[in-house]
Design a binder for this molecule. Structure first.
Ligand code: ADP
Length: 655
């Protein structure tokens, strides 16, 4: 058996060496830190946004406030200045001069009252009134009202004192009689250079305050005097109070002069929270409105002087109006941050997914490559093994063929050698066999010659015939020897057994008929093909049938019974058996043991050479068949030849 090379070096497919992990593991703490940092960044962003938006909103508030403050200041100034000429104009009125010269004259009083009432109504001022040099009011626009100034003495008022000295007086105070605050403009009334009295126009501030309060209810507009006391305000609770504490002696002085009636000039609860970029303070001010607990308002304070009065007008803009801006900014920035965060998160996620996909592809490719490499290695290894095995097999086949050839040659040589040895061994017998007819031929020839000379032609002719017969015999002997000696190399092909049988019977027919032998055939229908050659089959048949006829000659003891030559052919799947039986004496046990030996014969000298069965056995073996002999139970012997059946006939082989 060829030894197959075991593929011990085949590598099994393995992917264990390939990287399995994708990306770096992220710990919980790292994740928490990331979240914390993100929140911190978010908080810082919101804080920065709040700071900047607050600053921006305050800037906007400040710009708007400044414009409004200027408007308020000019409205205040113009509101007072437009009445500035009025007392001076009245001071030259003859009716008032007349009254001052004759204060006791009621008609003049009435006249002055009516005049001032009319003028006051026309100018839209709060009150217009005339005082004598002692500060006693002698005529007034409100002469008919309950709280008429007539008969009241305002000598203590600074505006009177200034005017009585010959100057124009301006003063703000809370009306003691009217209980209404107002701006007092006073002027001396002169007659021939002598100051007879003082004419006063009181300008109310209620309308102004109301209009300020209406403009922006959350804002506060205040006007403070030189001491910081709020005396005009759009927000009533702050009236006659101060943003910052007023020194005690000043307070006492103010209370004493009853400038602001009986107000205590208490400071508001104020804290400075911060300052704007341009230096304006932002104040936190508690204020009581309806509820008992204070509401704290945050105000941006902007202020400007009212020229020549010592007053300061201040606008306190409520910073709550800035809150929507901050809220919007926080909302926008916060949303933007969240949106950007989501986008970044999405992009990151997407990148990670793509990265993971890429890694997976790389891994798959690596796996495929490794598998391919290993497969290639295995195929190479296997191919190499197979090539080696094939080479080995071929070598062994060649060796075997060579050995078979040698064996065949050796066998042929051996057969030949044994034949030659047998020939050598039997040469004496053959020489004797040939010498005998040759000697007889010689003497018959001599006799024939002598008889011809004696003109005994009939006898000579009989001698010549005998010579012919003897020559046939010699030819038969040499023919058999030739056949025995030949090396068999003829091909084996399908041939018709029946054809060979018919041809053989035809050749033997003269002898069969002359010896009165009955031929009985047991042959199946149809053609019967066997592996062989026609000549060789005929040789087998003729040898066996000749032997059968020999056995049934008259010389044998059983000559008195009907001589029968029985030929039987039977078929099985792969073989055809031919049997030739006779009614001769059968084969003795001694003969049976040597029957196929070459040169074994029981026949008389000149009758048999002992080569017939030996040659027949050689041919049968050559055709891959078998031959055996047996005695029949009743009479005679049988020879059975088993030949290989042929499937179909190709051509008849002549050999
Ligand atoms: P030969 O015929 O020249 O003797 P064979 O080899 O043909 O040589 O036969 C050998 C011997 O076998 C014969 O001499 C004979 O004794 C015996 N024999 C062959 N055929 C028969 C037969 N049909 N019946 C009896 N004996 C036989």
């Amino acid at each position: 058996m060829p030894r197959l090379i075991k593929p011990s070096s085949y590598k099994p497919l393995t992917v264990s060496a390939l990287p399995r992990k994708i990306g770096l593991p992220v710990s919980r703490w790292q994740r928490l830190l990331e979240v914390f940092l993100l929140l911190l960044a978010f908080a810082v962003l919101l804080w920065v946004t709040a700071v900047f938006s607050n600053r921006y909103a305050l800037g906007v508030l400040s710009d708007q406030g400044e414009q409004r403050l200027n408007l308020y200041a000019s409205s205040l100034q113009s509101g007072f200045e437009k009445y500035d000429y009025l007392p001076e104009m009245l001071s030259v009125d003859s009716k008032l001069l007349d009254l001052l010269n004759q204060p006791e004259k009621t008609s003049l009083v009435l006249q002055a009252n009516l005049l001032m009432e009319r003028l006051n109504a026309m100018a839209g001022t709060s009150a217009t009134y005339l005082m004598d040099a002692n500060g006693l009011t002698i005529a007034s626009s409100n002469w008919q009202e309950d709280r008429s100034f007539v008969g009241k003495n305002f000598k203590f008022r600074p505006y009177f004192q200034t005017a009585i000295k010959g100057y124009k007086g301006r003063y703000f105070a809370h009306g003691i009689t009217s209980q209404k605050p107002g701006y007092f403009i006073s002027h001396p009334v002169l007659d021939a250079g002598e100051i007879l009295g003082v004419i006063v126009v009181k300008v109310g501030i209620e309308d102004l305050e109301k209009s300020w309060a209406k403009t922006r209810p959350d804002d506060r507009v205040i006007v403070t005097d030189e001491h910081g006391v709020i005396f005009i305000t759009s927000f009533k609770p702050w009236k006659y109070r101060s943003l910052y504490p007023v020194a005690d002696e000043i307070r006492r002085e103010i209370i004493k002069t009853r400038q602001y009636d009986n107000a205590l000039i208490e400071p508001l609860s104020v804290r400075i929270s911060e300052e704007t970029a341009d230096g304006n303070p932002i104040l936190m001010i508690d204020q009581w409105r309806r509820a008992r607990k204070p509401e704290t308002g945050q105000y941006l304070v902007q202020s400007t002087d009212i020229g020549g009065t010592g007053w300061i007008i201040q606008l306190l803009s409520n910073t709550s109006s800035a809150k929507p801006i901050i809220s919007v900014a926080l909302l926008v920035v916060g949303s933007l941050f969240v949106v950007i965060f989501i986008i970044v998160l999405y992009v990151n996620q997407r990148r990670q997914v793509l990265h993971e996909r890429w890694l997976a592809e790389q891994r798959a490719q690596a796996v495929l490559k490794t598998a391919r490499d290993q497969l290639e290695d295995n195929v190479k290894q296997r191919t190499s093994d197979l090539t080696k095995t094939n080479t080995e097999l071929r070598r062994q086949i060649t060796e075997r063929q060579k050995a078979e050839k040698e064996l065949q040659n050796a066998q042929n040589e051996l057969i030949q050698a044994s034949k030659l040895a047998a020939l050598g061994g039997m040469s004496a017998g053959v020489t004797h066999e040939l010498n005998q007819p040759m000697t007889a031929i010689r003497s018959y020839a001599d006799n024939a010659a002598a008889l011809i000379k004696m003109d005994r032609l009939d006898e000579a002719s009989a001698n010549l015939k005998t010579i012919g017969e003897l020559t046939d015999r010699v030819a038969r002997i040499t023919g058999q020897l030739k056949m025995f000696a030949r090396k068999s190399v003829a091909r084996v092909k399908p041939v018709s057994l029946k054809g060979a049988l018919d041809s053989s019977l035809m050749q033997l027919m003269p002898r069969i008929q002359s010896e009165n032998v009955a031929v009985i055939q047991h042959i199946p229908e149809g053609r019967i093909w066997v592996m062989g050659g026609i000549i060789r089959l005929e040789q087998i048949l003729i040898n066996l049938m000749n032997n059968a006829l020999d056995a049934m000659t008259d010389e044998t003891p059983s000559s008195d019974i009907q001589k029968r030559l029985e030929v039987t052919i039977s078929k099985s799947d792969n073989f055809v058996t031919l049997s030739i039986c006779d009614t001769g004496p059968g084969i003795s046990a001694e003969t049976m043991s040597r029957i196929f030996d070459p040169f074994f014969t029981t026949k008389m000298t000149g009758k048999g050479l002992g080569l017939g069965l030996s040659i027949t056995l050689g041919i049968v073996k050559e055709l891959g068949g078998e031959i055996n002999a047996e005695n029949r139970a009743d009479v005679g012997a049988c020879f059975h030849v088993k030949l290989q059946a042929a499937v179909e006939k190709k051509e008849e082989i002549l050999d």
